[in-house]
Design a protein around this ligand. Structure first.
Ligand code: PLP
Length: 587
């Protein structure tokens, strides 16, 4: 079949430069499309939104995820059940005519792409190609390969990664895109390197790769790792690799040193073939270098897309006082000058909206004057959602002294994460046990984009209690900061860079164990947060303002994407980039 030329010939907008192809297993494109699960997808979406705003010549590849991630339901005891989220790609995307094939378990699987056009604030378009195997020429099983984000077992995952990595590279070629840089957002996309290597060798899985062949691929690839612990990296057994990828490809990957402890390691594969690699916060860069000492790993700290995460009332305030923030997020630094009363009023609006949402979801009437803490994130054990309940009596005392305390929880557990699911039930049980006139604890169902935006904008303090050093970056606290909401958090991930004690929030001190860290959490609440909130509204307003000015101006994807452009995509020649080599594909 003849490839369809891409409508958005972005490479023509910057003479002499090809595109960056950004590969991510999940992308939060818009709230109505269930193509993401959490932080990684939201970051990918925010990256693309900023790339579009900045006019970066970039195209993205992901999977269509026809059944979504899942919609979370909680019974009164907090037991989670999951519902599929079927959606219709044609409602938002245009089908491309191009078809490519990839070999999965020896079968030829046909792949098509749906194009979503993400338009930046000045009209620049970043096309997102959502790969789809739901075609009549494929078997029933293969048609389902692009249905479930993070669904199924590791066999399913490896098959999806073939579609994403190898299918994506071939699709880019079939669409006539001229790609200079392939950016792997996490190891899920690492197999794209194999497709590029095979293309360099003239087609299929055979042929011996020389160092110079590998160097040709390396010159095109950059990689971002998001995982601070070895167990978090995608790994597959030799048996799986041979069965699903094929014996020749597996042997090649083994020879190239992509196996560790007998397992095919996607992070190793991505690192071997990347000329540039980075972690997603300063500390995460260090942790990654310690984990993979033979590689040079930089760090580019994550951000969030400011106009996506700043609430309407705060946007209106900024438009009035610092209008340049939309063009260049660095101007958020000038929010240091917004009137205190306006900061308080804008936040009060966002809080009212949040509490109205809580009311309509739960029937609970919360008090807009009462100090409200937010804790929303994936229900994984290392995030320690129950740390706040370590000393129940002390928490109740704090609530009484504060003149009331409201704590809003939300978060999904991965369907196969039983300890994570148990954690939700524990929080729900604590909520029932501890809630009284002073203390209200609510667990909200189905944490997703919209609720995330309302929570980070509407609470008074954003709480984060990960176990160090498991939080690679974290981005929800950045969304809060954009809205002037300070964090109270363990010094891990982005917060090591973002915490200026008393100006952007507070650090929970490191302790030898959970109890010690809980003690520090209570102490900060008692001595810093509660007195300031209760007794000194002008000082609280100034705290909100410094939070927004200091952290909003830095922890945004506008800054982050510029760093990728300068350090990863075009380190030597920012304006003019390398010639695109011809690529050949066969299976
Ligand atoms: C921002 C966001 C996340 C990521 O937040 P963390 O701080 O990494 O936990 C996850 N899920 C949703 C819905 C979000 O909006």
């Amino acid at each position: 079949m003849e490839p369809t030329p891409s409508k958005s010939s972005l490479h023509e907008t910057i003479p002499g430069s090809g595109l960056v192809a950004y590969f991510s297993m999940e992308v939060a494109i818009r709230p109505e499309m269930p193509t993401y699960s959490g932080g990684l997808g939201v970051l990918a979406g925010d990256t693309l939104r900023s790339a579009a705003d900045l006019g970066i010549p970039l195209a993205a590849f992901t999977l269509i995820h026809r059944k979504g991630y899942f919609q979370q339901h909680l019974d009164p005891h907090g037991a989670q059940t999951e519902e599929v989220q079927p959606w219709n790609p044609a409602d938002y995307c245009t089908e491309e005519a191009a078809r490519v094939t990839v070999a999965v378990e020896g079968r030829a699987v046909t792949v098509r792409a749906w194009r979503y056009e993400l338009t930046g604030q000045f009209g620049h378009v970043v096309p997102i190609y959502l790969l789809d195997t739901d075609l009549t020429e494929n078997s029933g099983w293969d048609r389902g390969l692009t249905d479930h984000l993070y669904g199924g077992d590791t066999n399913y995952r490896l098959q999806q990664e073939i579609v994403l990595g190898m299918g994506g590279v071939r699709m880019a070629h079939a669409l006539g895109l001229r790609i200079n840089v392939y950016h792997m957002n996490e190891g899920h996309a690492a197999l794209l390197t194999l497709a590029l290597l095979e293309s360099q060798l003239g087609g299929g899985p055979q042929g011996a790769a020389t160092d110079s062949d590998i160097e040709v691929v390396r010159r095109k690839c950059v990689f971002t790792t998001h995982t601070p612990v070895p167990a978090g990296h995608d790994r597959f057994s030799t048996e799986q690799a041979i069965r699903i990828l094929g014996g020749e490809r597996t042997a090649r990957l083994e020879k190239l040193g992509c196996f560790h402890e007998g397992l095919l390691n996607m992070t190793l594969l991505a690192l071997r073939f990347s000329r540039y690699a980075n972690g997603v916060a300063m500390q995460h860069g260090k942790v990654s270098r310690a984990m993979f000492p033979e590689f040079s790993i930089d760090s580019i700290t994550n951000g969030v897309h400011a106009p996506t995460w700043i609430s309407e009332p705060v946007q209106r305030m900024l438009d009035e006082h610092v209008p340049a923030w939309r063009r260049d997020n660095l101007y958020l630094r000038n929010a240091i000058d917004v009137p205190e009363t306006e900061m308080l009023t804008a936040h009060a609006r966002a809080k009212e909206e949040l509490l109205a949402e809580v009311g309509s979801r739960t029937g609970l009437v919360l008090n807009p004057k009462v100090l409200t803490l937010g804790f929303a994130r994936r229900a994984a054990t290392y995030k320690r959602a129950t740390l706040l309940f370590t000393d129940e009596e002390r928490l109740k005392e704090i609530a009484a002294k504060a003149g009331g305390l409201q704590i809003l929880y939300a978060g999904k557990a991965h369907p196969q994460d039983e300890p994570g699911k148990a954690l939700i039930q524990e929080v729900v049980a604590e909520a029932a046990k501890l809630s009284n006139n002073d203390l209200r604890i609510v667990y909200l169902e189905n944490y997703a984009w919209d609720l995330g935006a309302q929570l980070t904008a509407g609470v008074d303090v954003w709480v984060n209690t990960p176990k160090r050093p498991y939080e690679a970056s974290g981005t929800s606290g950045m969304k809060a900061a954009m809205n002037g909401v300070p964090s109270l958090s363990i010094l891990d991930g982005w917060w090591i860079e973002g915490c200026i004690e008393g100006f952007t929030g507070w650090a929970i001190e490191d302790g030898a164990n959970d109890a010690e860290e809980a003690h520090s959490l209570y102490t900060k609440l008692e001595t810093a947060v509660v007195p300031l909130y209760r007794d000194a509204p002008e000082k609280w307003a100034r705290l909100m303002r410094t939070t927004l000015a200091f952290n909003g101006s830095y922890f945004n994807t506008n800054r982050m994407v510029k760093q990728y452009a300068r350090n990863a995509y075009y380190p030597e020649r920012p304006a003019e980039t390398a010639k695109v080599e011809e690529e050949a594909f066969a299976d």
